[in-house]
Design a binder for this molecule. Sequence first.
Ligand code: GLU
Length: 493
Amino acid sequence: MVETNVNINRNNSEVRVRFAPSPTGDLHVGGVRTALFNYLYARHTGGKFLLRIEDTDRKRSTPEAVKVILDGLAWMGLEPDEEPVFQSARFDRHIEAANKLLEDGHAYRCFCTQEEIEQRRELAGDKIYMYDRHCLNLTQEEIERKLVTGQEFAVRLRIPQGDIVFNDLVHGEISVSGGEIDDFILLRRNGTPTYMLAVVVDDLDMRITHIIRGDDHLSNTPKQILIYRALGKQILEFAHVPLILGPDRKRLSKRHGATSIIEYRDFGYLQETMINFLGLLGWSPGDDRDIISRQELLDLFDIKGIQSKSAVFDESRARWLNGQYLGRSEFDDVAAELDKFAREASESGSLLEMPDKQQIKAAWNLLRTRVHFLKDLFDEYRYMFRDPDVFDPKGVRKHFMRDSVAERLASLADDFASLEPLTSDTAEQVIRTRAEEWKLSAGKLIHPVRLACSGATGGAGLFETLEVLGKNSVVRRLKHAVELIHSETFDIS
Ligand code: GLU
């Protein structure tokens, strides 16, 4: 029998999709991308996005592991539209379905022990051993006798002849011969349901219409289709999303760096960045844009745009994107987070004291298009808040170790001290006037002043930087550099 899902008419039914993670203690960015695609599809079609926690592995499925998933989704703004469903709470329904399949003759009891199966596998010399249907051939009396003596049994699906054909919305038509599928287990000998059974029963009970999941599940789909059929149900729509690869084109894993969404959050990635980044990872609206908002994704998302080849995770792109979003952020949008990082930096001793809000705001406005992460402001641009104690060695060689630099910096310190007020304009005037007087290019003063005031050779415009630093800091830093140059105590190793 050939059955395809191409023509199922679902026009009248509301789209219901689900994200079905197994709580393993981590919420992988690949999982979050699957969740996002489901969420976007639900929102785009006016449907519902649901969450099912597949917590049947009781050892790994701790409350903490569940919390990691809920926190990660909440941080991304991907909350489900209904209460999460816990698979472990639904064993009765799974068992009920297995019993129905037994009654209807689509499944049968298998009393074979693991050892017996192993022996047969060895005898057959077969690596890809398929269950030999030993128990399918038991007579009713034999079955009764085993049941009466309390023998444990598993429940296996009886695989019908014929091809299983279905249309995957990403990969197109897929066809598998029933002969390639083993009479797989639905209920284990200890009475617990297998993933294969549980997932189908749950998707049916949750009235899911579309299964959008990683394509590592593509090979499970024909088996699940057989369960739908045996239960007399229409099969759902399937869209298998290609896996995410690392830059070496191997499946993205810890070897490639951070893979947990929480690590990205804690590193300082913004929610908008991750939505944009994961939204365009393996999906495209049909153009090659890099920047897309959550709203645009909601407006444009369709399953057709999911690419059938794997997407490569390029963290440098995420970093760049984060910078783009920060560059557009107003101080008030990020003030609370900046305050948190400033507090951390002052508590750890990286800053000598907690900067005041005005200082942080001025530094933010000056540097927001340069930082990639909020914490960069107190890290890479720490000099905005405390005098530099390290000076770029190349810069020192190039800009400090020259005749007359100390004298010039000393004069400039006096010039700046007399400015009332020191603004970027008045600071620029001082530098240009002195450059002319000393017959130098302005750069010959700008570079050493920058190095003296920041320890660095690059950054935002010098004059604006000086204004934000304020007169006292500028004068103090220039004088300190003069002393250092005279004492030749720079560590430029
Ligand atoms: N629990 C499965 C996983 O985490 C997903 C099952 C599914 O989406 O059907 O890989």
